[in-house]
Design a protein around this ligand. Sequence first.
Ligand code: SF4
Length: 494
Amino acid sequence: MNQIKRQPISKSSFIRGLQCYKSLYLKKHHPELEDQISESQQAIFDKGTNVGILAQQLFPGGVDLGEFIPSDFGRVLSETSKLIGDGQDVIYEAGFSVNGTICFVDILVKEEGKWYAYEVKGSTSISDVYIWDTAFQYHVLTSVGLELEDIFVIHLNNQYVRKDELDVHELFTIQSVLNEVQLIQGDVIKNINLLKQMLGNDIAPDIDIGKQCKDPYSCSFIGHCWSGIPEYSVFDISRLSADKKFNLYRQGILEVKDVPSDYPLSDNQQLQVYAEKSGERTIDSKRIQKFIKEFTFPLYFLDFETFQPAIPLFNESRPYQQIPFQYSLHILKENNGDLIHKEFLAETNGDPRITFIEQLITDIEDTGDVVVYNKSFEITRLKEIARDFPHYKDSIDRINSRIVDLMEPFSKKWYYTPDMKGSYSIKLVLPALVLGFSYENLEINKGDMASLAFEYLYTETNESVIAKTRTDLLEYCKLDTLAMVEILKVLQKV
Ligand code: SF4
């Protein structure tokens, strides 16, 4: 305990503590209760690290102390002090500690005798939490007596379009936050003192679950604190405000079936609760029949997968742009006719978009509807390709004009069963409608897993891993379009 009391408050502890005292207490005293980091969370951290390393090129020639973090904080502190004494004017991950606080500055630069601190963020804008984050750094740096002239946030510029070599000066936006962080220095000091006091207590703060659990970040103790909440609960009522969810929770109402019938809910929310209480399906056969009648054969059931590199990998792409790399296409020439399958999965030796769109235009002939699930996604991706490669615009416009959305009967609740649990995601609609069809047995069974798997292929060298991943990706995407064919069959029987 004494050792924990002596541990300095870092920037991440400070931000965690501001979000929830209990989260910081558990992190320091009971790390064994913390949730395991998922692969997709780890990928987000990795992207942030890569962005940070790239941003160092804005101030080249610095000495990097990052290799000693987190293994040897003491070394970072002593090296920083030595480098400053030796007149080094660019330091990456310089460390400072004062009065039980510690901070590491992403980039510290000295110009004409004055110091400038830069915090690098992998996002494309500045949020409130970044102001608190830099305000903490500012407090530590000024408390150690560093003559800090200004403090900045460096973030990605989402208007940047890559042309040949990466231009780091265009890729990043540098924004001073000096005024904002100076304004809240009093609150920073007050909060640091409160956190230190709280950490010295023998028991964790008595804090119940609340909106803070997911704001501004998803807390890493959700598995522990939310363990009493059923798998399907009032927190899963579709589009119900957080205030109402916690209002039900505080009345002791956890199960969807226990929500009082006079509780103020929208029509769709009432339908979700009613279905759970009664176990009944709702089917608006007139609307569904009218919707299906308008389909024009041949039908092209189409689904895309995309990935989102933080740093643009290809010409004519922007930070975090969704890059389509794969599609599956099931073709039904006539009702009850044979099903034809076509698919595309890009090689990872360059920009996937050109081969993707060329094969798609060839595979989709000139007549018939293109059936997707959640049309805004596919239409937007195709429009982006048309914007970046105008040569394909006419063909893309023709495809987009033929797109119909199979999600509509489910998003509009013309067809709803209790198994859909308030969702109209194809991952829940499919098993609710079609026995024996489920994503559970697939190695890759979610869109974000597919994105990550494909991105890793750019650096993977093991041939058998590459082959296995490509097979898993093809199986996953194929199931998405096969699911649509099966769902349409169910709707046709209504
Ligand atoms: S899950 Fe919620 S209540 Fe529990 S520590 Fe995290 S933020 Fe606090």
